[in-house]
Ligand binder design. Structure first.
Ligand code: NI
Length: 135
């Protein structure tokens, strides 16, 4: 089994909040990420696919193909977007990194043509990252 990784970056705005709470209560719960007038992050996304090497190509999966799949189903929907209101697969979700990483997994899980989706990692800052492996 070989694990191949494609790294992508995107910039997106969001706001973390719970309906029904005041701005002050949301600030207490979510900190600066609850700013009512939005703010942004430069996210780094790592998509790992695990699979056997195809003897005909020497690839698990052509990374160019993986890049195109990630762009079509994720990056085009999040880059320079507002995750609360622009991104169809985030509608109704509070856009914490935990919820984003699970939503990205669901976007990609059945789109991988060879091997299997193994892990999605999302870096919100240099020091914080979030990983999901489908369970
Ligand atoms: Ni934030």
């Amino acid at each position: 089994m070989v694990y191949i990784t494609r790294r992508e970056t995107f910039a997106a705005a969001h706001r973390l909040f719970k309906d029904g709470l005041s701005n002050e209560e949301n600030l207490k719960l979510f900190g600066k990420c609850s700013n009512p007038n939005w703010h942004g992050h430069n996210y780094i996304l790592e998509v790992v696919v695990a699979g056997e090497v195809n003897p005909a190509t020497g690839f698990v999966l052509d990374l160019k193909e993986l890049k195109e799949i990630i762009h079509k189903h994720v990056i085009s929907k999040v880059d320079h977007k507002n995750l609360n209101i622009d991104t169809d697969f985030m509608i109704g979700l509070n856009p914490t990194s935990e919820n984003i990483v699970i939503a990205i997994w669901k976007q990609l899980e059945d789109k991988i043509p060879a091997g299997k989706l193994y892990s999605i990692k999302l870096y919100e800052t240099e020091n914080n990252y979030f990983e999901y492996r489908g369970e």
